[in-house]
Design a protein around this ligand. Structure first.
Ligand code: 5AD
Ligand code: SF4
Ligand code: FES
Length: 334
């Protein structure tokens, strides 16, 4: 029933009867099966730079975090990581970084074009707020998809959490990306300090309103090297409810079982895949860098390499009685 009202969503976020919660998860699993089928799409995640010009309160990459040892992969290293993804059978690579102004637009466009030409994979970018012109150039270079979470639909909370972004610009980015023909992904953080259940319900309604191709939601995990030190992590329960409701409301969006959900609980990703999620994004960052990309503490997979993560998620998917998708996993929206 995609026409959930805000009140109905808030009631389900407040629900305390375990049988009703279990029924919500079963319903989301049915919608997932009907709308996107039994397969799980793999996206290879390459975290290529931990430098960031922004100062989001929750994030370990924030520029004021002097305790983080920063790294930046060269264009050649990024290409090699993408090539490794291709060799491991990935059909999508996701290039993610902090908002790092170091790479010139020309260089980055050449990298995207080279990956497209030589590796023939879908390229997803997750490099933050840029101008429309920059997005246009990257699209011309061959980028297929773009991820940019709005993080919260509550304008006041947004302003507090992202002091050097504006709400308007964030949504301008999403609109530009859509108009330029990208497959667009957004999402939110669940469990931010000061976030209300009403605003979480609004987040879900925004996902539908924006007609997103992909929706990534993850728990807030408190990072002691940020101003939010001491605040509680999100609960897994809240992330799973948000996942289930997002599936029911958006119907056929691609929804990842995120790394942060797997960090919160060892079986978090499996549980998310069982209540709406249909994508998993294993970490393909070279082992020497992955421990430095510390958005939040205790991130999983720090001692594994790309091949091990691929094997791990493939086993996880088989264990759930599902299969790895053989296609690129493009948007299911028309
Ligand atoms: N906990 C969970 N997720 C986080 N992110 C940043 N910091 C944290 C944190 N402390 C997420 C943001 C961003 C994505 C790349 O990482 O939602 O969009
Ligand atoms: Fe930078 Fe993104 Fe972290 Fe904000 S959430 S500090 S923009 S990496
Ligand atoms: Fe990296 Fe499981 S996905 S070890």
């Amino acid at each position: 029933m995609p026409n959930f009202t805000k009140r109905h969503i808030v009631e389900l976020l407040k629900e305390t009867n375990p049988e009703n919660i279990a029924e919500l998860y079963r319903q989301a699993d049915r919608v997932r099966q009907e709308q996107v089928g039994p397969t799980v799409h793999l996206r290879g995640l390459i975290e290529f730079s931990s430098f960031c010009r922004k100062d989001c309160l929750y994030c370990g990459l924030r520029r004021s975090n002097g305790r983080l040892q920063r790294y930046r992969m060269s264009l050649e290293e990024i290409f090699a990581a993408a090539e490794n993804a291709r060799l491991l059978g990935f059909k999508t690579v996701v290039l993610q970084s902090g908002e790092d102004s170091h790479y010139s637009l020309d260089d980055f466009c050449s990298l995207v074009a080279r990956i497209k030409k030589e590796l023939r994979v879908a390229v997803t970018l997750c490099i933050g707020e840029r101008t429309r012109e920059e997005y246009a150039r990257l699209k011309e270079a061959g980028a297929d998809r773009y991820l940019i979470r709005f993080e919260t639909s509550d304008p006041d909370l947004f302003a507090r959490m992202k002091p050097d972004s504006t709400y308007e610009n964030r949504f301008r980015c999403l609109q530009d990306l859509r108009e330029l023909g990208y497959q667009v992904g957004s999402g939110n953080l669940v469990g931010l300090p000061g976030q209300s259940l009403e605003s979480l319900a609004d987040d879900i309604l925004k996902f539908r309103e924006l007609e997103l191709d992909m929706v990534g939601l993850g728990p807030f995990i408190c990072n002691p090297d940020t101003p939010l030190y001491g605040f509680a992590n999100s609960t897994l329960d809240m992330v799973l409810r948000m996942t289930a409701l997002t599936r029911i409301v958006t119907e056929n969006a691609h929804i990842p079982a995120t790394t942060a959900t797997g960090t919160l609980d060892e079986t978090g990703r499996q549980q998310a895949l069982s209540c709406g999620a249909n994508v998993i994004m294993p970490n393909l960052t070279p082992p020497e860098y992955r421990k430095l990309y510390q958005l939040y503490p205790d991130k999983i997979c720090l001692n594994e390499d790309p091949g091990q993560c691929k094997t791990c998620v493939t086993g996880m998917i088989a264990g759930l009685g599902r299969t790895v998708a053989l296609d690129r996993g493009d948007s299911l929206r028309i």
